[in-house]
Design a protein around this ligand. Structure first.
Ligand SMILES: [Zn+2]
Length: 80
């Protein structure tokens, strides 16, 4: 039974690991397809959105607030 390329439809050999016409790796293509089916693409997109510049600004504000609080408490402990 010959393998048919899921991308371009070319017929590959029975034990072929990759398409002779477009060169995709069948195992990687199937893995990618199953990731899409299980919603991993949405999760990756959510991670990509979470690392946008807006998210980084939020982190910067939180870090700046924590650093300011640390300096505030260090000043409280310091002898007058
Ligand atoms: Zn192909």
């Amino acid at each position: 039974m010959a393998t048919t390329c899921p991308k371009c439809g070319a017929t590959a050999g029975t034990s072929a690991e990759e398409c002779p016409q477009c060169g995709i790796l069948f195992s990687k293509w199937q893995q990618r397809e199953s990731n899409v089916a299980s919603g991993d693409t949405a999760r990756y997109a959510a991670i990509a959105n979470a690392t946008s510049s807006e998210f980084n600004w939020t982190i910067l504000i939180i870090v700046a607030t924590v650093v300011a609080a640390i300096f505030y408490f260090l000043n409280l402990d310091a002898p007058q």
